[in-house]
Design a protein around this ligand. Structure first.
Ligand code: 5AD
Ligand code: SF4
Length: 478
């Protein structure tokens, strides 16, 4: 892994609540312990869920490194284990409880092991109650609003030896300047905003990530410039709904304006963003995408359902017709754009007719990829109160039907690239076949091709030879 701590300024200068004293004390503990153990103390940092969480975990790695820990990919040898949890669907919660069970054994082997939990799942009082009563092996718990508190919580735990739980109910400002260890030396995520105000009726995110707040454009651009200086070529601008970027800023800056500014940063070659809500995707954004050379020809635009009736119950503020019209408008301006989506099957009260509408939208929109989920009831959301008599077996059947349709569409879209040349940035050696490199085209297609690992991180023209529904095989033209 490429260690790339972005902020090495004196700790006392950081505007994050880190006191130099706190870090010094932890470093001393880590140092003493590692001398006793005969090896550096190691952290295992595991993120679940969305890109936002993965990026938060890069900040956690940054803070743990600052504290003197080194990274390990082997959980069983770790001295500090942290899970950054997701709670969008119930199975994510179950996964965490399952993992906590076997962490008990690690703790028995290594009594100095520190176990920490954070992220969206921790923002729910019933989860905290359960951890307090049934998971005493957990040492530190914090939530989505106080990531920057990690060093202080570690010290508090070291000094008291007790379980430390610190959950905030809302955000208290945006914390710039956290140290970050980025996973990837040529592409990086950049938060542009946090939280969500949309309250889609099935979704827990607004409750666990709070209200929308945007970072200042100057801070975002400073970060992008800094990344470019360090050799980063591709940035992913992150927000739960990037289209409402800037609404709470003193000086109003829209997302399309921000894109145009990012497009000017020298050294950056590709700009992506996610996620866009269809309800406020403006013509201005389409034009910015069209006119900015570096903005990729790709957009993720979750439709969730093709049925206007269900969309209304989901509180999505658009209809089947307005969504398909929006796709047409985007394609009219940017004909070769690829579009991916999210779909939920099994929303309470969904009927066969509604599913037919979803299938119809899939047919009409030609998605290049789709993330499909079975509806998961989240306590506290409005949809959880809707009575649902649909048997699980029927939901699964419908889910398969939707998947079948998607596979066909996605397959057709991919096959259209056979014989064409795509600009691909290889990101890694293929895990199954070491002679292949794996990367993404500008329009976000997954492409494998034979090549030397020295090409990793550089744009390569690749002639596409074969299409395999969700990926392409090609030959480098160099
Ligand atoms: N059940 C199933 N899928 C959900 N998503 C969000 N909430 C739920 C839920 N309760 C999906 C949506 C969203 C994606 C990130 O997760 O499709 O776009
Ligand atoms: Fe959830 Fe809707 Fe906000 Fe996306 S836009 S995070 S689905 S509430």
């Amino acid at each position: 892994m490429n260690i790339n701590i972005e902020k090495n300024s004196p700790i006392a200068d950081l505007d994050t609540g880190f006191a130099e004293e706190v870090i010094k004390k932890i470093r001393k503990y880590v140092n003493d312990r590692s001398k006793m153990a005969g090896h550096p103390l190691r952290y295992y940092n595991f993120a679940m869920g969305c890109q936002m969480n993965f990026h938060d975990s890069e900040k956690i790695s940054g803070m743990l490194s600052l504290m003197g820990y080194e990274e390990t990919r082997d959980e069983s040898e770790a001295d500090f284990i942290i899970y950054n949890t997701c709670t969008v669907r119930e199975n994510a919660d179950q996964k965490v409880y399952g993992k906590l069970g076997y962490l008990k054994h690690y703790k028995a082997k290594n009594p100095n092991l520190i176990i920490a939990l954070c992220g969206c799942m921790m923002q729910q009082p019933e989860v905290i109650q359960k951890i307090k009563t049934s998971y005493r092996q957990v040492d530190i718990v914090f939530g989505t609003f106080n990531l920057h508190k990690l060093p202080e919580l570690v010290l508090e735990h070291l000094e008291s030896g007790s379980q430390i739980i610190d959950i905030w109910e809302k955000h208290e400002g945006i914390y710039e300047d956290l140290p970050i260890i980025r996973e990837n030396p040529y592409k990086a995520s950049v938060n542009i905003m946090y939280g969500c105000n949309n309250f889609c009726s099935y979704c827990i995110v607004p409750y666990v990530r709070g209200r929308e707040r945007s970072r200042n454009p100057e801070d975002i651009l400073k970060e992008i410039r800094h990344l470019a200086d360090r050799g980063i070529k591709e940035v992913m601008l992150l927000g739960q709904n990037v289209n409402s970027y800037g609404k709470n800023l003193e000086t109003k800056v829209t997302f399309p304006e921000l894109l145009r500014m990012a497009n000017e940063v020298e050294g950056i070659e590709r700009i992506r963003f996610m996620t866009s809500h269809p309800k406020d995707l403006s013509h201005e954004l389409i034009m910015a995408m069209k006119e900015c050379k570096k903005v990729c020809n790709y957009i993720h635009l979750p439709v969730q359902s093709g049925s206007s009736r269900i969309l209304e119950k989901m509180n999505r503020h658009y209809t089947k017709e307005s969504y398909t019209a929006l796709i047409e408008e985007i394609r009219k301006e940017i004909p070769d754009i690829l579009i991916s989506t999210d779909i939920i099957v099994g929303f309470p009260g969904e009927t066969d007719e509604d599913i037919e509408d979803t299938i119809d939208v899939i047919k009409k929109c030609g998605f290049c990829n789709a993330f499909t989920f079975i509806y998961s009831k989240r306590t506290g959301t409005p949809a959880a109160a809707i009575e649902d008599k649909t048997p699980e077996s029927l939901k699964k059947e419908r889910f398969q039907k939707v998947l079948k349709e998607l596979n066909e569409t996605v397959g057709i879209i991919h096959s259209q690239f056979v014989g064409k040349t795509l600009r691909v940035v290889p990101e890694e050696v293929n895990k199954q076949d070491e002679t292949l490199l794996t990367g993404r085209s500008d329009n976000n297609l997954l492409v494998h091709f034979k090549g030397d690992p020295v090409l990793i991180g550089r744009e390569v023209p690749v002639l596409i030879k074969e299409s395999k529904t969700f990926y392409l095989l090609g030959e480098a033209l160099i």
